[in-house]
Design a protein around this ligand. Structure first.
Ligand SMILES: [Zn+2]
Length: 467
């Protein structure tokens, strides 16, 4: 297995030697699950050349503003957001043809009329969605989403005549969604995976908000959303501060949608660092360490970049777990800028500033995470920490994962000041729904996760007190 990991590392990073993988193994617990050949194959299939072709194609539509042309003549000419979405749909349909029609491809359309923020005229907003339905009836209702926004903008929100290439923001995230669809559609998963390209982001998260609100109304079980926005690994000539081996993962601490009662409980139990979105971020890092060694998710413990936002927040607002992936260091000369040269500085979100190998690594992290989540049993529900009596032992209870995927459960714990679950702090407790640990709830944070027959693990779930 060590050799296989080394080989995967060498392949992923295109290196001759494997010191990174060896170094990473040193810190790993002996309980680390075996690599799943299906996930290894999907990760291996991700192609920087395909990412490059996708981003260049998206840029060729000239201006993908949500306000840009979507009439038949413009689509025929390959100009504007209408042409862009038709092309994205055709790509999803092409992947589906290659897997015997395994993807359900849909256009979710709605109209926004003024007065609306940054929408000066009546505009149709369309999300392009491809669904890989889960194969297990007891688990197909669980949905894992990867999303990027395909709309772009230049220096002026209302400008639809000058170029708005949007290679990085967010051609890169759209390319991640498409590449995940291409490589994962060759596999089958018990749970459902949704690949999405949304619009209206630049005007105020319109596309993602519409999707998330509709999903909430329909009681859709969205278990996780990976929002990729600006994952191009910007490389401005001369910039020595970019970190091409890191991608930031932003996640909310106290959930934005928590009720006053829930916030009171979070404060009382010291769970400010334990939202479901934060557990998802930790899960992404763990999966990346296994399947994309040498390329590291750096968790940032805030909802987004400082006082900024993105499509994952639309899902957080509706109580879904959602995180944002973004390159380590952004270059604001290459976002939301009309391409031009001023005083020797080149502005514009152009393909030449995108590191396609970097985007491919981000796509690998996404593909491995989606596959790991969709292969794993559902996380245990109704996880409770029993507090009826004052005692130094800690008893946890939970409801069994639906269906027959779970073969055992694991209880995790960490000191309250640690930011992640230490790999050695795990106790396998069998296929049960209750466990008592000789460890005081006063001093640690507990969580429970479900484990499948082949070692696939669910996201960890922290308990609520049972009084
Ligand atoms: Zn963006």
């Amino acid at each position: 297995m060590a050799q296989l990991r080394g080989w995967v590392a060498a392949w992923v990073l295109g290196m001759m030697a494997v010191p990174v993988a060896v170094a990473q193994q040193g810190g790993r617990s002996p309980k680390t699950p075996e690599l799943d050949p299906q996930i290894v194959a999907a990760v291996k299939e991700v192609s920087a050349a395909r990412v490059k072709a996708t981003i260049e194609k998206l840029v060729s539509f000239y201006n993908r503003s949500t306000l840009s042309a979507a009439d038949a003549a413009s689509i025929a000419k390959g100009r504007g957001i209408g042409a862009a979405r038709e092309w994205i749909r055709s790509e999803f349909e092409r992947y589906s043809k290659d897997c015997g029609g395994c993807l359900k491809v849909e256009m979710q359309s709605f109209t926004v009329n003024p007065p609306a923020r940054r929408i000066p005229h009546s505009s149709e907003i369309v999300n392009v969605i491809a669904t890989l339905e889960g194969t297990d009836p007891a688990n197909a209702g669980r949905i894992y989403i990867v999303s990027g926004h395909y709309d772009s903008r230049n220096s002026d929100n209302d400008n639809v005549t000058d170029p708005a290439p949007g290679a990085n923001d967010d051609g890169s995230g759209t390319a991640v969604s498409l590449e995940c669809a291409r490589v994962l559609s060759k596999h089958k998963f018990p749970a459902t995976v949704v690949f999405m390209a949304v619009a209206g982001e630049e005007q105020g998260l319109y596309g993602s908000s519409h999707y998330a609100e509709a999903a909430k109304m329909a009681k859709v079980d969205i278990e996780a959303v990976l929002n990729n926005d600006i994952v191009g690994g910007n490389r401005t000539p001369g910039d020595k501060l970019q970190q091409p081996q890191w991608v930031r993962v932003f996640s909310e601490g106290v959930p934005v949608a928590a009720t006053p009662e829930q916030i009171k409980l979070i404060r009382a139990t010291g769970m400010e660092d334990d939202s479901p979105s934060r557990q998802l971020a930790r899960y992404i890092r763990e999966v990346a360490q296994q399947y994309v060694p040498g390329f590291e998710p750096k968790l940032v413990a805030r909802p987004d970049r400082y006082l900024r936002g993105g499509d994952h927040l639309s899902f957080n607002e509706q109580r879904f777990s959602a995180v944002r992936l973004t390159e380590y260091r952004e270059d604001y000369n290459h976002q939301h800028q009309t391409p031009r040269i001023e005083k020797g500085v080149e502005y514009g979100d152009l393909p030449k500033f995108v590191d396609f190998a970097y985007v491919a690594n981000v796509a690998r992290v996404n593909a491995a995470t989606l596959a790991a989540l969709a292969l794993a049993p559902a996380p245990p529900a109704n996880v409770r920490l029993v507090t009826k009596n004052l005692e130094n032992d800690s008893t946890l209870t939970w409801s069994a994962s639906p269906g027959s995927l779970a073969t055992k459960y694991e209880v995790l714990w960490r000191p309250t000041t640690d930011s992640d679950w230490p790999p050695q702090n795990v106790e396998a407790v069998g296929n049960v729904t209750q466990a008592t640990l000789k460890r005081s709830k006063d001093n640690v944070v507990f969580a429970v996760r479900a484990v499948g027959a082949k070692g696939h693990r669910s996201v960890a779930v922290v308990p609520l007190p049972e009084r």
